[in-house]
Design a protein around this ligand. Structure first.
Ligand code: GLP
Length: 251
């Protein structure tokens, strides 16, 4: 029984390590060892409090910390479950969302939120190396993996390079694949910045997280082989589903 297995690992009330932290580490180990499988429900807080002989508040503190880390998922009124491992993405390859998900055996999809033409303003124009007022195609999509929301992507493309791009195409196809096939663009490199921020109400609703939950904001400027920037994209990723790995070398 789950309760017996949990009880086997006792916490040490005399230890200087806070009790909630000990419970966190115990639960983490059990998840890592597969004793609590992905998708499995944790025993209710009340039971865990009895098992560990601590207050429900201490148990809740441990669970909340693991929920914030993305190790557990809390479903209101249903319970707390073991989350699937975060998607690890190594930031050294220039890939598309579609490629990233397919590499992991996940099915990528998109929901089109906005598709409009807009004049480039200040920083956008500077990053894309065009004068202010240049026409941009702005495409905003909610990106999903196996039907679960992962990120919101807002892409600004130089309009003159990609005429006759239709809204239906970007909803159903990979944008990069489309640009490469139809417009014969050769995607060469990108510069990216990564920031930790919190989701505002609109982002939270789309990503199905709480307002104020942590998100990772990536901004990418993508260049073609002529070193012409053609895309400025901002993506907001769920921080509980993503982990970015950066490779460093000291050669
Ligand atoms: C990534 C990048 C975006 C890019 C997108 C294209 O997620 N951050 O800058 O626009 O991939 O993805 P896809 O080809 O799947 O539409």
């Amino acid at each position: 029984m789950a309760e017996e297995r949990v009880a086997q690992a006792r916490i040490d009330k005399r230890s200087p390590i806070p009790m909630y932290y000990q419970i966190m580490e115990l639960l983490r180990r059990k998840i890592h060892d597969g004793e609590f499988a992905v998708g499995a429900a944790l025993p209710p807080e009340r039971e865990l409090a009895e098992i560990f002989r601590v207050s429900r508040m201490t148990v809740r503190q441990a669970i909340t910390a693991l929920v914030n880390e993305g190790v557990l998922i809390r479903r209101q009124g249903v319970g707390t479950f073991v989350a699937p491992p975060k998607i690890e993405q190594v930031l050294s390859k220039l890939t598309s969302f579609t490629e990233d998900m397919q590499q992991r055996g996940l099915h990528p999809s998109a929901k089109l939120l906005h598709f409009e033409h807009r004049a480039a303003e200040g920083e956008q124009a500077a990053l894309l190396g065009v004068p202010e007022g240049e026409s941009l195609l702005v495409i905003e999509r909610l990106r999903l993996a196996d039907d679960l929301p992962m990120a919101i992507e807002r892409t600004h493309l130089l309009d003159r390079l990609f005429p006759h791009l239709h809204r239906e195409e970007v909803e159903h196809d990979s944008l990069y694949a489309l640009l490469e096939k139809r417009y014969a663009i050769r995607i060469d490199r990108a510069t990216e910045s990564l920031e930790a921020t919190v989701a505002d109400a609109a982002e939270a609703a789309l990503l199905e997280i709480g307002t104020g939950n942590p998100v990772l904001r990536r901004t990418r400027v993508t260049y073609d082989e002529q070193q012409q920037p053609f895309e400025l994209a901002t993506s907001v990723y769920r921080a509980d589903r993503y982990k970015f790995v950066i490779e460093l070398s000291r050669r």
